[in-house]
Design a protein around this ligand. Structure first.
Ligand code: GLN
Length: 251
């Protein structure tokens, strides 16, 4: 009897384990940043390079993935507070953020560039920091574009910074003449310029950066797991294939 009972118990535990849903990881992003994260017009789902890399990592590790759309500057505090499992948002690894969160290995690079109207007198990024310069610069609140222009332009008295909730709002301010340029990551910049006639990207690059996923300092096992999966997905070409799908080769 005892034996039968323990077999039944063991069996029912097996069934329960099989039926139990996989653990869900919650990814915080800001879905106004194509091609890394944005809403698909048809499905209204968040798609993009980050969404697909995160899905590939979760599939490999046996997690469900849930993506939540929040303001960019609430991602790091939310991850730090344990509200989200990780943040992934074309996010640059910076000294300052490393004080609050851990970063995964980098999976892509980005460049801060300057978007201007086609007939702008601003000809290079350096014009923004020139002696006597006084431009109105649009950025996304809490991004590296915000950080660097604050140091280089606002703190030196060479212009003013207008901060917007996301890239789309910053570009809207540019097309309506409220700011003279927008400093933002290069791939989103290309998307915004393609969608808004009359804008161009200056040839001169402002700064090169590394993108990575951010994690709470309290979940080092998860960070290590994700790094393991990421390494494999980079080695087998999956990450590059996802990037190539969203960033067609130029020429
Ligand atoms: N790469 C920039 C940063 O980390 C911008 C990211 C974003 O706007 N999603 O600050």
């Amino acid at each position: 009897m005892k034996r039968i009972l323990s077999i039944v118990l063991a069996l029912s535990m097996l069934v329960m384990a099989g039926a139990a849903a996989a653990e869900t990881l919650t990814m915080a992003t800001n879905a106004a940043f194509p091609p890394y994260e944005y809403y698909d017009d048809e499905t209204d789902k968040i798609v993009g390079i980050d969404a697909e890399i995160a899905a590939a990592i979760c599939a490999k590790l046996g997690y469900e993935l849930e993506i939540v759309d929040v303001d960019f500057d609430s991602i790091v505090p939310g991850v730090q507070a344990g509200k989200y499992s990780f943040g992934m948002a074309g996010m640059t690894v910076t000294e300052d953020r490393l004080k609050s969160v851990d970063f995964s290995d980098s999976y892509a690079t980005g460049i801060q560039v300057v978007i201007v109207p086609e007939d702008s007198a601003i000809a290079s990024a350096d014009d923004l920091f020139a002696e006597g310069a006084n431009h109105k610069v649009g950025v996304q609140q809490g991004t590296t574009g915000d950080l660097y222009t604050t140091w280089d332009i606002e703190d030196t008295g060479k212009g003013t910074i207008e901060r917007f909730k996301n890239g789309a709002d910053a570009v809207l301010a540019l097309t309506s003449g409220k700011v003279e340029c927008v400093v933002i990551d290069n791939e989103p910049a290309k998307n915004f310029v393609a969608a808004n006639p009359g804008l161009k990207i200056l040839d001169t690059e402002y700064i090169l950066e590394n993108y990575a996923m951010c994690f709470s300092k309290n979940t080092p096992e998860l960070t290590a797991q994700v790094n393991g999966a990421l390494k494999e997905l980079i080695a087998d070409g999956t990450v590059q294939a996802i990037i190539d799908k969203y960033i067609p080769a130029e020429g």
